[in-house]
Design a protein around this ligand. Structure first.
Ligand code: PMT
Length: 398
């Protein structure tokens, strides 16, 4: 898996730096080429000699070699690497990465890196749970940086809690997962609809549903991690796309989602219709706030365009079209009906009867139905893991 891969390992000042030696040894044994960049402070925790010996490469700390003036180019380091892993990554470095501070080689390399970036935070529990650290980690994730969650346990301070760097085996497994995902959708264009739509009743009220967008955003990230160029046509949600390979097209109403989807369909290799689109819109939205009356008030609703059915009919020959079905009853029959009626290649069934699945949850439980294959069951797991299963199955259709 790691054979021939270029891994740039950044080491910051933390007692966990001793684990970096084990990481380098593991990567080299797997056939990867490893270069190490350290901060000044990191040298207090593990010697450059140890790291140079294990990585079989000179250690980089300064912008230039004071002996002979050789320039250590952060740009070419970033270009050389397939993955830039900063482990351990201190709270100080995390904060600087977010703020764009470039006062050492490790940080300038981060700012110019074009490769995937992962960090393994290491710090005391109070530093880890401080709102600024948590906010910084969220921002980095939003920029596509993979975060290897720290573990709980005894810390260098003697306190117990979350903050110690993940064990080398766990970091190595995540690195392998990053590489295994990479590239399988390189060159593919993926179009995904996300979230709910809002159909205005008057300037202050609308009809909507409970979709949070989590499932669709997880799919977008999974596709982008595999190298796809993703267009995410998103209804109003409180999420940020967490990968630079995702272009978000914000829409509000079903009609706007329809137009944005139509515009992006001709280019797409894969279309995933995950949005919970309103099936009806208000025939005549009022232009002023409707006043409360004593008598009943009737709203006339008209059907929206069925975006999935339009895609099923108008996509190019090789484009894969995948829909979702959210059902409260007669799940299998309804899902199969939608698969056929909307002319899709696959449909992902969510049942509202399954605890922890569907709207809003961080988890989902789905069954995948195909035109001419046996269904595939995905048991309850995180929406990220479900997204990986769905994308695996889509790849098998390509
Ligand atoms: O956003 P989350 O909180 O993470 O929840 C995820 C989800 C439950 C919203 C998602 O997994 C899901 O099931 N999405 C589809 C919900 C839905 O509207 O299902 P449906 O059975 O009504 O629609 C069937 C298919 O037609 C869907 O692919 C839907 O996107 C599409 N459709 C429906 C109506 C319409 N006007 N246009 C459409 O494209």
């Amino acid at each position: 898996m790691l054979k021939g891969k270029h891994i740039l390992l950044g080491i910051t000042g933390s007692i966990a730096a001793y684990k970096s030696a084990l990481l380098v040894r593991h990567f080299v044994k797997q056939g990867a080429q490893v270069k190490v960049v350290m901060t000044e402070m990191a040298k207090q925790f593990i010697t450059p000699l140890t790291m140079a010996t294990l990585s079989k490469n000179p250690i980089l700390v300064d912008f230039y070699n004071p002996e002979n003036g050789d320039w250590n180019s952060h740009v070419s380091l970033g270009m050389w690497a397939d993955l830039y892993l900063i482990a351990p990554c201190s709270a100080n470095t995390i904060g600087k990465m977010v703020s764009g501070v470039a006062d050492n080689l490790l940080l300038t390399t981060y700012l110019s890196a074009k490769c995937r970036v992962a960090i393994a935070p290491a710090m005391d529990l109070d530093m880890y749970r401080h709102p600024s650290t948590q906010r910084n980690l969220e921002i980095l994730k939003g920029w596509g940086v993979e975060v290897v969650e720290p573990a709980s346990g005894e810390l260098a301070s003697g306190l117990e809690g979350k903050g110690r760097m993940a064990e080398p085996e766990e970091i190595a497994a995540q690195v392998e997962a990053i590489f295994s995902r990479g590239g399988t959708l390189q060159g593919k264009k993926v179009l995904i609809t996300a979230g709910p739509t809002r159909e205005p009743i008057d300037p202050v009220r609308y009809i909507t549903n409970h979709s949070s967008g989590k499932m669709a955003y997880a799919l977008a990230r999974e596709a982008a991690l595999r190298g796809a160029e993703v267009t995410l046509v998103s209804g109003p949600v409180n999420l940020k796309a967490s990968h630079p390979g995702i272009k978000v097209v914000d829409v509000v109403t079903a009609a706007q989602m329809f137009e944005a989807t139509k515009a992006n369909t001709p280019e797409a290799d894969i279309i995933i219709l995950c949005a919970a689109v309103a099936d009806f819109t208000v025939a005549q939205a009022a232009d002023k706030k409707i006043k409360r009356e004593k008598s009943n008030y009737n709203l006339e609703l008209t059907p929206t365009n069925d975006i999935a059915a339009w895609v099923g009919e108008n996509r190019c020959g090789n484009t894969i079209a995948v829909g979702f079905a959210l059902e409260t009853n007669d799940e299998v029959q309804n899902a199969r009906g939608k698969l056929a009626r909307k002319n899709l290649d696959m449909i992902v069934l969510n049942s509202m009867r399954d605890a922890g699945a569907g709207f809003g949850h961080d988890t989902n439980k789905v069954t995948l139905f195909f035109k001419d294959r046996e269904p595939v069951e995905c048991p309850l797991k995180s929406k990220e893991a479900v997204a990986a299963d769905i994308v695996d199955n889509i790849e098998s259709l390509l």
